[in-house]
Design a protein around this ligand. Structure first.
Ligand code: PAF
Length: 538
């Protein structure tokens, strides 16, 4: 058998590269630095859930080159309690290699405990997972478990230095803990949670299912049924946590499973909830013989809403439209609504600055946003197709003035709320996260420097055949528009307290979209709102 020159272990053209020492790993990582590195940590005994993570990891992001995919297989002693199943945790490296090869992973890092923790475990520096997240739910029954997980993942990240870390949503609490540890320690890696893959009987795929004999396996499926029963009840309108919990418990009891917990919690803070309003999570842990099963159900009172605010020229329209398509949500272009009204104000020969003259035009405004055939939104106003006309420089110059009238804000905000009452949309504007949809699940403040926005505006004008003013003039008018939008009395442009700022200078549209999708997934699990890509994967 040939050996690689970088000391990366046995080399075979058709088998995943096996790396067993940290030196092997570091040498392998240094190759092909131009390709991003995506990392899937596991404890081995791989199943379909891992396969789907690995396939997801192989997908190129942000229009960049195809990534290299590394998975680790390491049964981490630090995350097992003294009476837990560390010794008998299933290990099958040959089968893991075969699966990793079959899904096209580039390398598999399988160190021994001595290779990963050369100074031994007792004196090892450890990461303390955030107590509010790590001592609830499973943390109550597995003290120190999440510290062990956080420690090994930080150790692995330091060695691997990937651009992206992929983790299953199945272990939701672990995902929340690790996101928080990575943010708190300022580790530069994007975290991606991936949908849970399930067996035919509804149980989430898990290496520990191997512990179950046939009869036990039949009983274990009650965990999935318990969650399904709670989901049915929630669909029927039940919002009381106690009732949802009781419905789930009934199934666990009937199957003689020993409950660790059934709790209704907030999916991000993991704090207990009395009622399932907005987005909540019913989390279950139960024992079936020697096997501990965990699962959860995300409950949403309506499909998600994404609010994208930001100053003019930050690229909101392009990004919002594409993001809506990626997430399978509708696109609500509120800026187009203000532009359409401005067009009507001009058409009617009304002074845009005169609120009293503009107000009567709102009474019989028939404003419709339709999905055009090419994915562009079509804007109809009182029967006129104004899609192109509302993008002219004249409208751009006047829209802030019209949009600043309180009567205009009230009328259009009411219309937008009505459009969003059933959720399931991405809306962009200046006050979406603050005034229109303050309860949006994901709020983004998309911005760029004035110079960058002036540069983009010049390109856009040139592309559309309009005269291009000097850069300084464009920058000045953009700064003036920012001033007007931010200082108006009603619904001024401002960042919602819970919005995340995304600065787009120097980023491609693809890179911005990837960042926004990651932010969305932090708040809305793929299990609760699968995007078109999730639905296509196995
Ligand atoms: O989820 C797992 O398999 C493990 O907890 C992890 C993240 C690989 C750390 O050992």
């Amino acid at each position: 058998m040939a050996h690689s020159q970088d000391g990366g272990g046995p080399l075979s053209c058709c088998s995943v590269r096996l790396l067993t020492s940290t030196a092997d790993l570091v040498a392998w990582r240094r190759h092909e630095p131009e390709r991003p590195l995506h990392f899937v940590p596991t404890m081995g005994c791989l199943h379909r859930g891992h396969a789907s993570l690995l396939k997801r990891a192989a997908e190129p992001r942000s229009g960049g080159p195809s990534p290299r995919v590394l998975l680790s297989v390491f049964v981490n002693p630090l995350q097992f309690g003294p009476d837990e199943d560390y010794e008998r945790y299933p290990r099958d490296l040959e089968a893991d290699r075969a699966l990793a090869t079959a899904v096209g992973a580039d390398a598999l890092f399988a160190p021994s405990p001595a290779a990963l923790y050369p100074g031994g475990e007792s004196q090892l520096s450890r990461v303390l997972a955030p107590p509010a997240l790590a001592t609830v739910l499973c943390g109550r029954f597995r003290p120190g478990h999440f510290d062990g997980v956080a420690t090994v993942v930080c150790r692995l990240l330091a060695l691997v230095r990937p651009q992206r870390l992929l983790l299953g949503e199945k272990d939701w609490q672990q995902l929340q803990v690790l996101r928080r540890v990575i943010r708190d320690l300022g580790l530069e890696v994007a975290v991606e949670g991936c949908p849970t893959v399930r067996e035919a009987d509804g149980l989430a795929c898990s290496s520990r299912l191997r512990y179950l004999g046939a009869a036990e396996r039949g009983r274990a499926a009650a965990v999935a049924r318990a969650l399904a029963a709670a989901a049915d009840l929630h669909r029927a309108g039940e919002r009381q946590g106690a009732a949802l919990i009781a419905a789930a418990r009934e199934w666990l009891r009937a199957a003689a499973l020993e409950e660790d917990y059934v709790e209704l919690v907030h999916p991000l803070s993991l704090a207990p909830l009395v009622e399932a309003r907005g987005c909540s999570m019913l989390a279950v842990a139960a024992r079936c013989g020697d096997c501990r099963l965990i699962d959860h159900l995300v409950l949403m009172s309506r499909p998600p809403i994404v609010a994208i605010d930001g100053p003019a020229g930050a690229g909101k329209s392009t990004v919002t439209r594409a993001l809506a398509r990626r997430l399978g949500l509708l696109y609500l272009d509120t800026g187009a609504m203000y532009r359409a009204l401005t067009w009507w104000v001009r058409e009617q020969g009304v002074d845009p600055g005169d609120a009293a003259a503009v107000a009567p035009l709102l009474a019989d405004l028939d404003l419709r946003l339709l999905d055009g055939t090419d994915g562009e939104q079509q804007v109809l106003l009182n029967g006129h197709d104004v899609t192109a006309a509302i993008r002219s420089p004249e409208i751009t110059a006047l829209v802030s003035t019209v949009a600043a009238h309180p009567c205009v804000r009230d009328a259009l905000t009411a219309q937008q709320r009505a459009m969003g009452s059933r959720g399931g949309l991405v809306a962009e504007g200046r006050d979406i996260g603050t005034a229109v949809f303050p309860d949006a699940e994901c709020k983004i403040f998309l911005t760029a420097s004035v110079a960058e926005r002036a540069r983009r505006r010049a390109l856009d004008l040139a592309e559309r055949g309009f005269p291009v003013p000097p850069q300084a003039e464009l920058a000045e008018s953009i700064a003036e528009r920012d001033r007007l939008d931010s200082s108006r009395a009603v619904a001024p442009l401002c960042q919602a307290e819970d919005a995340v700022e995304v600065l787009t200078d120097g980023l491609t549209i693809e890179a911005v979209l990837t960042a926004l999708e990651d932010l969305f997934r932090e708040r809305v699990p793929a299990d609760a709102w699968p995007g078109p890509a999730d639905l296509a994967s196995p």
